[in-house]
Write a protein that binds this ligand. Structure first.
Ligand code: UT7
Length: 341
């Protein structure tokens, strides 16, 4: 039987209008633009300010744009996988809300919780579902409203994060494009270093948890930084090596946007110059699940069919990994791979 590949055939995105600058942050906590730019690389981030809106709202905006751009029939979508750490509710899932709002009448839908690595995991899962022949069209959404869990009195975390969403359509093809390989890992040692303590089943919300700031991100930055550099670099290098890719062969590295110094270390390990690394951290900060697809959204016009992309991410858990994809269309929408309908 002819091999089926799973290939990205479109990208949609959404970021809220409100821009929170370093200047504004410096009036909220003891920080400044120079420290944030040199230590993290963020100039500004988008914040979803409107009350009553969450991750599914931003995800829905991204999916609607994706459906419009690709022209795909919403009723042909087989599944929606929604990656987030900041879902609208414990239940129902953001994925199910999107199915209802976007008229994806024939899709099954579920949430994916793998922190900042969620998009990578979700793309690999979607690819496996397609490669086995059961499904042909899956939408993967990465969306996070990090402002809902950031303590804007904590200077160690509040400059890092932002809100945003992006979605990709993944389709089946017999052509030799799409995800070629993935190396996904979890070491399970990350809980003490990066977590949100309350609001789950171990520690449900109470006056105590609110009074003690337990609904905010807790991060031990230096430790997380060290593990992020090591693991993203090693996974990327492993995927490159086992697919015979040198730095020259790689067209783009698409890293999770947590810290520009982490990204530079990964690029160095892969022997790829920074001109070939997608960066959106300056304007969006760390949008967790959305950071890799938001890069694709920003850089889509520059992408060409056949470009060789390395995705890599790291997040709470610790979860991490890298994947290798051969891009399936030109940025202007031409020369798209032939998909199996
Ligand atoms: O996406 C999930 C994965 N997350 C990550 O990958 C994040 C990984 N960690 C990081 O990116 C970095 O560790 C941070 C950006 C969080 C922090 O950068 P750092 O270079 O590790 O700084 P640090 O925590 O070691 O702090 C250095 C100094 C400290 O002052 P002293 O003790 O040396 O006097 C901090 O108090 O910088 C101080 N500092 C600040 N100064 C101005 C910490 N935050 C700030 C701030 N503005 N916002």
């Amino acid at each position: 039987m002819e091999k089926i590949h799973a290939v990205i055939t479109g990208v949609g995105g959404y970021v809220p209008d409100y821009v929170l600058t370093n200047e504004e942050l410096s009036h909220m906590v003891d920080t400044n633009d120079e420290w944030i730019m040199t230590r993290i690389g963020v100039k500004e981030r988008r914040i979803l300010k409107e009350e009553g809106l969450g991750a599914s709202y931003m995800g829905r905006k991204a999916v609607k744009q994706l459906l419009k751009k690709t022209g795909v029939d919403p009723e042909k979508i087989d599944a929606v996988i929604f990656s987030t750490s900041t879902p609208d509710y414990h239940f129902p899932s953001c994925a199910s809300i999107i199915v209802g709002k976007c008229g994806l009448k024939n899709a099954f839908a579920f949430e994916y919780s793998a922190a900042c690595c969620g998009f990578l995991y979700a793309v690999d899962t979607a690819s496996a579902l397609i490669e086995c022949g059961r499904y042909k069209k899956i939408i993967v959404v990465g969306s996070d409203k990090m402002s809902s869990v950031v303590n804007y009195k904590d200077r160690q975390t509040c400059p890092i994060f932002g809100d945003g969403a992006a979605a990709v359509l993944i389709e089946a093809t017999h052509e030799d494009f799409g995800q070629m390989d993935a190396f996904l890992k979890c070491d399970g040692i990350g809980l003490p270093f990066l977590h949100l303590a309350a609001g789950g089943s171990v520690c449900p919300s109470s006056y105590f948890t609110i009074d003690n700031g337990m609904h905010y991100i807790h991060q031990e930055g230096r430790t997380v930084f060290k593990y992020a550099v090591t693991n993203m670099s090693e996974c990327s290098a492993k995927v490159a090596e086992r697919n015979g890719l040198t730095g020259d062969d790689i067209t783009w590295v698409v890293p999770h946007q947590a810290n520009v110094r982490i990204i530079e270390a990964v690029a160095k390990r892969l022997d790829v110059p920074m001109e070939k690394v997608m960066l959106s951290i300056r304007h969006y900060g760390n949008t967790s699940s959305a950071s890799i697809p938001l890069c694709l959204w920003d850089y889509e016009p520059q992408l060409r069919k056949g470009d060789k992309l390395i995705f890599t991410a790291f997040g709470a858990g610790f979860v991490y990994g890298a994947s290798y994809l051969k891009w399936g269309y030109n940025g202007d929408g031409t020369d798209k791979v032939e998909v199996i309908d």
